[in-house]
Ligand binder design. Structure first.
Ligand SMILES: Nc1nc2c(ncn2[C@@H]2O[C@H](COP(=O)(O)OP(=O)(O)OP(=O)(O)O)[C@@H](O)[C@H]2O)c(=O)[nH]1
Ligand SMILES: [Mg+2]
Length: 453
């Protein structure tokens, strides 16, 4: 396929700051000629450059050598963008890479937009839109679980699932067309009897592929709120889990007023912890705001840890908190287990029978192991999820709702009237792979990328 773009883009592909190497990347028809104006290979027989061969030489401005470096040319179509791509591997200085980028721009390259290299890979048909998004997820992955999900998507996992669903949709549309074109051969009832169950089955399989909770966990980690009465040891537990003194801890009740957050990776999954202000009735307006925020954090959490001080008897406020968590994913923490115990699991279990009760002391790291295992289990998502990105799930849900509508229309009205719903479902699926996509959606997707990718 002939590349669709005509200009040559350039950007610094490595993260800003100082490092071992910094890479300036070019893509487009002028990549080779611009490279040869800013890079002089050292070897006498290096020219013409051999594709995909890293070559030693100098970055140059006219006759002046700016840096000793390496460069590589990857001729189309065997490149990331399917265009000619050139990379200059400089010493990793912020000024140095900026200087070489400026030289490339002087020689006719245009500064790349965020994600424009990947956008070109998409436009030139090397990857579909869901794979392009997987590149970004791979870069953003902070744990093994998110990396694996992104890699599955990059290798076409989501695309394969969507294309299979789209094939079934084409088959349904063909059935409707046949009923319209050959009414004497395929009767309305016969067509409806075929269309309705198949449309509903497809809608079900699309819905089953949408696990919004799993998608959220892969993208931002499992959201865990630590809550409880003042002074029970919430902030101490946060610090113990993070392995650093993130939140202030004092013996004074009401120490934490605002929310304090931190991430820890357990079992390959990111756990996003939020420490909250102690829940209690207060006239202090600042504390009141803190308590309101604590309640919001509890509401928004995927999992709540209700922290109790096991060296004190249960209070009415504790009882109220525990009963309010019915039906929510949660665990009860019997904290300060190094002190003489007043509370036992038997005291709290009747109040919240479905929640595990974990005894621990924030002062004794070894006692945190069962809680860490529990958190890792809660954050684990299936390796077989077909869809993992919110944008894909939203589109698949839309397709599913159009399919259900198609079934309802075929049942209540006529099969041919269902074809509009089937078309709308098809468009929603095509948005996922980018087969049918508007410019503004591409701007939104690639706008989230970093420059140089
Ligand atoms: N012995 C013992 N003391 C603890 C433990 N955890 C916390 N404490 C002490 O309990 C007091 C309160 O701890 P924090 O972690 O500040 O409690 P909190 O729940 O965050 O309190 P607020 O922010 O006021 O709501 C401090 O003096 C801690 O040192 C523990 O496991 N064992
Ligand atoms: Mg605190």
């Amino acid at each position: 396929m002939k590349p669709l773009t005509t200009d040559t883009i350039a950007a610094i592909a490595t993260a800003p700051g100082e490092g071992g190497v910094a890479i300036v990347r070019l893509s487009g028809p002028e990549a080779e000629s611009i490279l040869l104006q800013v890079f002089r290979p050292a070897g006498r027989n290096a020219l013409p450059l051999t594709s995909h061969l890293l070559t030693y030489g100098h970055a140059v401005s006219g006759a002046e050598s700016i840096d000793e470096c390496m460069a590589v040319l990857m001729r189309a179509p065997r490149s990331y963008t399917r265009e000619d791509v050139a990379e200059i591997h400089l010493h990793g200085g912020a000024y140095l890479s900026q200087r070489v980028l400026s030289l490339c721009l002087d020689k006719g390259a245009r500064l790349a937009e965020p994600g424009e290299f990947t956008r070109r890979a998409f436009l030139n048909g090397r990857i579909d839109l869901s794979q392009a998004e997987a590149v970004m997820s791979l870069i953003a992955a902070r744990g093994e679980q998110s990396r694996r999900a992104a890699m599955r998507q990059l290798q076409g996992g989501a695309s394969a699932f969507i294309r299979e669903a789209a094939d079934e949709l084409y088959a349904l549309q063909a059935g409707v067309a046949a009923c319209i074109d050959y009414p004497e051969e395929i009767g309305e009832d016969e067509a409806a009897a075929d269309l309705i169950p198949r449309a509903l089955r497809l809608a079900e399989s699309l819905d089953a592929a949408c696990d919004e909770r799993a998608g959220r966990i892969l993208q931002s980690g499992l959201q865990v709120a630590l809550c409880g009465q003042p002074n029970v040891g919430k902030s101490s537990l946060l610090n113990a889990l993070l392995g650093e003194e993130r939140a202030i801890v004092t013996p004074i009740p009401g120490t934490t007023r605002d929310m304090v957050t931190g991430d820890v990776t357990l079992g390959g999954s990111v756990i996003h912890l939020t420490d909250t202000a102690g829940l209690h009735h207060t006239d202090d307006p600042v504390e009141q705001i803190g308590v309101a925020r604590a309640r919001q954090a509890i509401e928004a959490a995927d999992l709540v840890l209700a922290v109790l001080d096991a060296s004190h008897p249960l209070t009415d406020d504790d009882r109220e908190l525990l009963t309010s968590l019915h039906g929510r994913p949660c665990a009860v923490i019997l904290g300060k287990a190094d002190l003489p115990a007043v509370l036992t699991p038997a005291d709290v279990q009747p109040l919240l029978p479905e929640a595990p009760v974990l005894k621990l002391s924030a002062n004794t790291p070894a006692t945190l192991a069962p809680l860490k295992t529990f958190l890792a289990e809660q954050a684990a998502v299936s390796d077989r999820l077909a869809l993992t990105q919110p944008r894909h799930m939203a589109a698949a849900r839309r397709a599913s709702s159009h399919l259900r509508q198609a079934a309802a229309t075929a049942r209540a009205l006529t099969v041919d009237m269902a074809s509009l719903d089937l078309q709308a479902a098809q468009l929603a699926l095509a948005e996922i792979t980018g087969d049918e996509v508007e410019e503004h959606l591409l701007d939104r997707v690639f706008g989230m990328f970093c420059v140089g990718k």
